[in-house]
Each structure stands twice: as structure tokens, then as C-alpha cells.
Design a protein around this ligand. Structure first.
Ligand SMILES: [Zn+2]
Ligand SMILES: [Zn+2]
Length: 310
């Protein structure tokens, strides 16, 4: 199993010379295997180049499983531009969990992007190819469970702490394990001294569960949008990033050690983070911190085009 990174930017695309090396496309990962269907995680703008790559290197029609973490724009707004779904005879199964807000389910949010209001195409024209699988309907007793995505590929789901329903994925195949956090903020209190002790205990338990979800993985690709200073900042006018649903380097590095993972990749780079700034953070701060706090774990920053062999 290999993981190929097609989009590593958080929140919105960031084209331009200052982000060209790590890449400006939003989240999209591919699980590359020797056989079976094509497996893709999230459909940020990175999925456009992936679709074009499939068309230029593979033989259509394609059999595709697209696993969505959540329906925030940066994880779905490349979807209408995924060219393989316009090829008759193909099959694109789109999995995800609905926002459960405003009465909208997963399928309607995905479909709404491909309507004439936003796009020169109507979703009903794709109905012979694209099928939607809503975890809430597949698993009415709770989505935190495992299922077989296709022969030889086991998928486990974990709800994360995010302003909308979001699932982390653990994919086990070919004797290897890979975790993608999706968007995830640690459960933390802004003011532990004033917090109810039961709440503190509950947060600790929720964080432990996420750590267990990552246990022993060969690779964890982790939402690392912020530094701790950015996360906790009280500077005006932007103030703190608490509650925005994202994690930070100083939290994720000890998590990698506690979970005993082999490799952790920081992704969902903040849109304001230039290549030079990210290089500086990694070289001067977070690679040394990783060596000190989680010896034996390999840390790296996600880069568009990167392929990791598990
Ligand atoms: Zn995001
Ligand atoms: Zn999000």
C-alpha cells in the first residue's frame, strides 16, 4: 500500500509562488494498491489532477471508492471537477457522513455542488455512475465501526472533534495500517482550572480514544493546521483558533509517541503558511521536538505529489 498526496492545504486553495513547493490544492489522498478499486480520501481541489492522472495513465471506465471525511468545502469542492465520474460505464461510490444540520444529509450536500446554480452540469446526469453511501444510513446504530470496503481492505471509522460531523479513517490492507485524521481538534478546555472535573475526565477519555484509534499505525496523516502559539493566541483581531476544529504540532507529536506509530505526516497546512515558513517550522522547531519527544517516529510535512510506501 502506498499513499499519494494530491492536496495538502487546509481551508482553501492557495495558488502562488509562496506555496508552490508544498502545494496549494486542498485535501485529497490516494491509497495506491496493486489491485482492487481506486481508493481516494477527500475531494478537495487536489482531486482534479488525480482524475486527470487516472485518465492519462489508466483504462476507463474506472471503479472508484471515494471516502469523504466531512462536507466542509475544502474537502469536497474539487468533486465536480473529478473527470472519471463523467465517463459512462464507470462506478464511483462516494462514502461519508452527513452534516446533520439544516436537515441536509450527506448525499444532498454532495449533489448540491453539481447543480446549475454552481456548475454547468446537473447531478442527475451522473446517476448511472455516482452512488452515495451515507454512514448514518449504513450504520444506524452508530458510525464508529469497521466495514469491508472491498476484498482485502478494512476501513474503521472514528468521529472527530470538529464543528460538523467528521470521520477519521483507519485503512488496513496488505498487512499495513494507515490513519487519516480528517479535520480534528483535540478535546481541550480553554481554562482547565475553571472546568468541571468530570468534563476534564471526559476530554481525556475522548483524546485517549483517538490515540487508541491510531495505535501502532504504519502511517498517520494528521491535521496539523496550527502551531500551539497560533492555536492559543489571544492577539486581536483574530484571537484564538480554539473551536475551529484543528490540531497543532505540539499536541500531535506526543500523540505519535503514545500511539506507537511509525510515521506521522503533518497536513492541512494553514492557508497563510508559506513554503519558507513551513520549512523553518519543521527544521528549527518540530523535527527537533519530534526527535526529543517521540524518538523513533519519523515526522514530515505533507507535500503535494509526495508518495509514501508503507
Ligand atoms: Zn479542512
Ligand atoms: Zn473542516
Amino acid at each position: 500500500m502506498k499513499i499519494r498526496f494530491w492536496g495538502v492545504r487546509g481551508s482553501l486553495p492557495t495558488p502562488g509562488p509562496e506555496t508552490a513547493r508544498y502545494g496549494g490544492n486542498t485535501t485529497c489522498l490516494q491509497v495506491v494498491r496493486d489491485d482492487g478499486p481506486i481508493i481516494i480520501l477527500d475531494s478537495g481541489t487536489g482531486i482534479r489532477a488525480l482524475g486527470d492522472h487516472l485518465l492519462s495513465t489508466g483504462k476507463p471506465p474506472f471503479d472508484i471508492r471515494l471516502l469523504i471525511t466531512h462536507t466542509h468545502w475544502d474537502h469536497i469542492h474539487g468533486f465536480p471537477f473529478f473527470s472519471p465520474m463523467y465517463i459512462p460505464g464507470g462506478r464511483v461510490e462516494v462514502y461519508g457522513v452527513g452534516p446533520l444540520r439544516e436537515g441536509k444529509g450527506f448525499e444532498s450536500v454532495m449533489r448540491d455542488q453539481v447543480t446549475y446554480s454552481y456548475f454547468p452540469f446537473e447531478n442527475t446526469m451522473l446517476d448511472n455512475v455516482v452512488q452515495y453511501r451515507d454512514y448514518n444510513k449504513m450504520f444506524p446504530d452508530g458510525v464508529e465501526r469497521s466495514f469491508e470496503l472491498c476484498p482485502g481492505v478494512k476501513v474503521r471509522l472514528k468521529l472527530t472533534n470538529h464543528p460538523v460531523y467528521c470521520t477519521a479513517y483507519r485503512i488496513e490492507a496488505d498487512g499495513k495500517s494507515f490513519v487519516f485524521s480528517g479535520d480534528h481538534e483535540p478535546w481541550l478546555s480553554a481554562n482547565p482550572a475553571a472546568e468541571n472535573p468530570d468534563t476534564i475526565a471526559l476530554y481525556a477519555m475522548m483524546n485517549d480514544r483517538f490515540t487508541e484509534f491510531c495505535r501502532g499505525a504504519d502511517l498517520v496523516v494528521m491535521d496539523t493546521t496550527y502551531t500551539q502559539a497560533e492555536y492559543e493566541s489571544t492577539a486581536k483581531p483574530q484571537a484564538s483558533k480554539r473551536g475551529w476544529g484543528h490540531s497543532y504540532f505540539e499536541y500531535n507529536i506526543p500523540l505519535a509517541r503514545k500511539a506507537g506509530v511509525k510515521r506521522m505526516v503533518f497536513t492541512h497546512h494553514d492557508p497563510t503558511r508559506t513554503d519558507a515558513a513551513l520549512d523553518r517550522l519543521m527544521q528549527e522547531k518540530y523535527l527537533p521536538l519530534g526527535q526529543a519527544e517521540a524518538p523513533g517516529v519519523e515526522f514530515l510535512a505533507a507535500r503535494e505529489g509526495m508518495i509514501l510506501d508503507l
